[in-house]
Design a protein around this ligand. Structure first.
Ligand code: NAP
Length: 262
């Protein structure tokens, strides 16, 4: 399938590990150049180097906390100055901590808003005017199955991320006439450091091993396994491609069938 992504410029936020990293490498495999960011320089440079070496693409990588609004704007300005274009923007950030509602603090709520909703607004403000100028764009948010089906103990994610859906639908309506699509990818359990962490904690609480806890999680998924980050990345790349040119305002679940609603 020809994706039409060669020589496009893909911004992938929070892309040194996990799903962000897999998305960055999947875009590079399609010949797209990259603008990447994360907070840790070492792991970020590692991904940038891997993309350059394996796929001969150009990569701009900058240390950034996506909760820093002026930092996001500066990052996009520099990427646009460097490449002269921003075609695709995938927003991402670390997920909020898993804890029962009674243990959440107001600081937790503020940080969850800052990372998982406000950071997307920062990226949208910075990239959409640039996409409008070229009358082509793909804005893709990465959220969670929690936007469809609340996950126990992820009250911060369950609450804040639904706001992203309102934003996605609003932007899809407003920017459609400029040939910019806006979509959301919502993964279920995916084998990354974040999920290993959650599994370790919950396994300890339940008095079982992390491995048996993960196997138990997989038993509830119709496909009977946890996703690989590359499987989520494939959905992101497809939405960014020419093959998804008439799809906008949608949430694509990549959850192995976990969401049981119709
Ligand atoms: N894995 C799952 O099962 C799953 C399921 C549903 C939804 N999700 C959501 O998908 C997103 C990605 O999850 P993941 O599993 O890929 O996570 P991960 O493996 O922990 O990777 C998170 C990435 O984001 C970067 N990052 C974290 N906070 C950041 C910040 N403030 N500014 C910039 N970069 C930041 C990290 O690098 P630095 O630490 O260096 O900044 C790292 O590259 C999260 O929002 C998560 O909640 C994950």
């Amino acid at each position: 399938m020809e994706t039409g992504l060669r020589n496009r410029l893909a911004v992938v936020a929070a892309s040194s590990q996990g799903i962000g990293r897999a998305a960055a490498l999947a875009f590079a495999a399609e010949g797209a150049n990259l603008a990447l960011c994360a907070r840790n320089r070492q792991t970020l440079d590692h991904v940038a180097q891997e993309a350059r070496q394996k796929h001969a693409v150009e990569v701009y990588a900058e240390v950034l906390d996506v909760g820093d609004d002026s930092g996001v704007r500066q990052f996009i300005h520099q990427a646009n100055t460097h490449f002269g274009r921003i075609d695709i923007c995938v927003t991402n950030a670390g997920g909020p901590p898993a804890k029962p509602f009674s243990e959440t603090t107001m600081e937790d709520w503020d940080r969850a808003y800052e990372l998982n909703l406000r950071s997307i607004i920062s990226f949208a403000h910075a990239v959409l005017p640039l996409m409008e100028l070229r009358r082509w764009g793909r804005f893709i948010t990465l959220t969670s199955i929690s936007v469809k089906q609340p996950v126990p103990e992820l009250v911060l994610s369950n609450s804040i991320r639904t706001g992203v859906l309102g934003l996605v639908r609003s932007l899809a309506g407003q920017y459609g006439p400029q040939n910019i699509t806006v979509n959301n990818v919502a993964p279920g359990f995916t084998a990354t450091a974040r999920i290993a962490d959650i599994a370790r904690r919950r396994a300890a609480e339940a008095g079982v091993t992390p491995e048996s806890f993960m196997a138990e999680m997989a038993r509830d998924i119709p496909l009977r396994r946890i996703a690989k980050p590359e499987e989520v990345a494939d959905a992101i790349v497809w939405l960014a491609s020419e093959r998804a040119s008439y799809i906008t305002g949608q949430t694509i679940l990549v959850d192995g069938g976990s969401y049981r609603g119709i």
